[in-house]
Design a protein around this ligand. Structure first.
Ligand code: PLP
Length: 395
């Protein structure tokens, strides 16, 4: 008799986005024609930049001609794609070997698939509030989970507790949902912890391109000692608007080993067994992001989202409401005023200002009392939302 993976029955239903959709629908049903200001979305809204579109078109044409046609691509990534990522890291002073870079279809796939590298008898530390997929992927993998809460006193970027022992540690910086960024000093504490305890850090760098302040780390490999304890997973989804196009990259240093097993070699074996790579067309589009013009154009799009952030940060400053994020991330995480719960905040903003955001409680218990606003919305809607929030929440 087949034995299903019993860990699926341990997954908790996530009511967050379901409840948001239900409440929003109930509101629009009773207020037909209302234009909602949607600041809950975690998806990009601007189209791919010209450099990428040109590269994708050219790659389609390549596939139409026998002399330029490509069949199966190397499972771990085409050299031109891995070179582009390698050069991107080099521009920040990080030396990677070409075969330490792996192409991917985006960060979500990798964050789950990478768990193939670890025995089910491991304990995973998840800093909360957290991207919900970390918890679920680790439950499915059978890992024991340590929910590691953080709060405003550490700017939602916690430091290790030497009494808490974990084998696998997720760090997301800039963070979903809080927008918090770990400083080099804080990351160094985690790197030292991981090396001392034989742990591995999974560093989610999906939002690194949003960092604008000098001196903040874009990559875990900016930290000394990280090549013996960290895997980095990144994506072009938010960096370059690839959420519906799908391309990303994962870095596994060849120096990453435990118990005589090399994780880079294991991942090569995993990829060559479980995938046939990412399409030639998408890798051409992805590589074009890292050209001089590609980088210039994606940062023009990011600047649009950042202007949204500025408008909302100014409103929160005027209201005297505590928040983090926004400056180096596409999310703002604010403390609900007057001790409101995060769902009370949701209801108030929806019913009195027609703004849809995301209650912090959905990202872990310690998110209660906080609220997430996304910067990926329409600029005019964001300005209107800021204006309505100022009217609604002023004392
Ligand atoms: N990691 C974080 C922190 C995210 O917020 C997201 C998407 O919202 C992802 C990973 C997944 O990105 P991708 O589109 O590359 O799968």
């Amino acid at each position: 008799m087949i034995k299903p993976n019993r860990h699926y029955s341990e997954l908790k239903s996530s009511y967050l986005f379901y409840n948001i959709a239900q409440k929003t629908k109930a509101y629009t049903d009773s207020n037909p024609g209302t234009h909602l200001l949607r600041l809950g979305i975690g998806d990009v809204t601007l189209p791919l930049c010209n450099e990428v579109i040109t590269a994708l078109h050219k790659a389609v044409d390549d596939q139409a001609d026998k002399s330029t046609f490509h069949g199966y691509m190397p499972e771990c990534g085409a050299d031109f794609y891995k070179d582009a990522v390698q050069n991107y890291y080099k521009s920040r002073g990080i030396d990677l070997e070409n075969d330490e870079v792996f192409v991917s279809s985006g960060a979500s796939d990798e964050l789950g698939d990478i768990l193939d590298l670890f025995d089910s008898d491991n304990t995973t530390l998840i800093m909360e509030p957290a991207y919900p997929a970390y918890v679920d992927a680790n439950i499915i993998a059978g890992h024991k989970i340590i929910h590691f809460p953080s709060d405003a006193s550490v700017g939602f970027a916690p430091v290790p507790d030497k009494d808490v022992k974990a084998d696998l540690i997720y760090i997301c910086s800039p963070n979903t949902p809080t927008g918090a960024v770990f400083t080099k000093e804080k990351l160094k504490l985690w790197v030292d912890y991981a090396n001392e305890n034989g742990s591995i850090i999974i560093f989610d760098a999906a939002y690194e391109a949003f960092i604008e302040e000098e001196g903040l780390p874009h990559s875990i490999y900016e930290i000394e000692g990280s090549r013996t304890c960290a895997i980095e997973i990144s994506s072009l989804s938010k960096t370059a608007g690839f959420t519906g196009t799908r391309c990303g990259y994962t870095v596994i240093p060849k120096t990453l080993e435990r118990e005589g097993m090399n994780f880079n070699a294991m991942w090569v074996r995993n990829r060559t067994t479980k995938t046939n790579g990412v399409s030639y067309i998408l890798q051409r589009g992805g590589a074009s992001v890292f050209t001089e013009n590609g980088l210039k154009e994606i940062h023009e799009n990011i600047a649009v989202y950042k202007r949204n952030a500025k408008v909302l940060m100014d409103a929160l400053d005027e209201l005297g409401i505590w928040y983090c994020g926004g400056k180096n991330a596409p999310y703002i995480w604010f403390r609900c005023p007057d001790g409101m719960s995060s769902w009370e905040m949701f209801d108030l903003l929806l019913n009195k200002a027609q703004i849809v955001g995301t209650p912090g409680e959905g990202f872990g218990k310690c998110g209660e009392g906080y609220f997430r606003l996304s910067m990926f919305g329409d600029p005019d809607d964001t300005k209107e939302a800021a204006k309505r929030m100022k009217e609604l929440l002023k004392k």
